[in-house]
Design a protein around this ligand. Structure first.
Ligand SMILES: Cc1cc2nc3c(=O)[nH]c(=O)nc-3n(C[C@H](O)[C@H](O)[C@H](O)COP(=O)(O)O)c2cc1C
Length: 173
């Protein structure tokens, strides 16, 4: 199989991570892949915020739990690395740009045997006071929305495989 397709086909969302941190060189490649994603009008107005501090990831999980009324166990799988994709809220392509960057991140991670999962909970709550305070502490600009996050780490167990739905491709010739 074509090696790009093989990487796409073998990627799965991983929600169970080893505590061991990924290597700096692996992180560098993952971030490079993210920053080479396309962006509307080539604005590249995104920020990639990398959090590799257990207490700070837990603090973020706590304010998300409180803002959304999630149960005490919710910690978006306690990954050793979290990459937060934020963008200028006035950029109408902000979400699309961040989504492209996230997929590049997931695919690069997969190619290195590293697991990843999209974490979606921040996008509607960034301007809640307690949440914004934590984001500001992470140097995320006040005018940014965090459209998505990548939980990243070595997989601790094999992820579930989803079959592809039939009938989603239509040809008009
Ligand atoms: C926009 C978007 C939001 C998602 N949000 C979450 C999330 O908050 N938590 C989570 O565990 N998975 C999340 N996922 C992962 C999906 O659940 C996952 O991609 C889907 O179940 C298919 O599984 P696969 O990635 O293994 O192919 C999200 C995926 C996308 C594209």
């Amino acid at each position: 199989m074509n090696e790009i397709l093989q990487n796409i086909v073998s990627r799965r969302s991983v929600r169970d991570f080893k505590e061991e941190q990924i290597k700096d060189e692996e992180l560098r490649l993952i971030l490079e892949a993210g920053t080479y994603a396309p962006s509307g009008m080539n604005k590249q107005s995104w920020q990639f915020t990398v959090v590799q501090n257990k207490e700070k990831i837990e603090l973020l999980a706590k304010v998300i739990r409180e803002a959304l009324g999630r149960d005490a166990g919710y910690n978006f799988y306690a990954p050793p690395t979290l990459i937060m994709l934020s963008n200028d809220k006035d950029n109408t392509n902000g979400l699309a740009d961040c989504a492209c960057a996230l997929e590049n991140i997931f695919l690069m991670a997969n190619s290195l045997g590293i697991g990843s999962c999209w974490i979606n909970q921040l996008k509607t709550i960034c301007d809640k006071e307690e949440v914004r305070e934590v984001l500001t502490g992470f140097d995320i600009p006040e005018n940014h929305i965090v459209w998505g996050m990548a939980a990243i780490g070595y997989p601790n167990s094999a992820p579930k495989i989803h079959e592809r739905k039939e009938g989603v491709i239509k040809f008009i010739k």
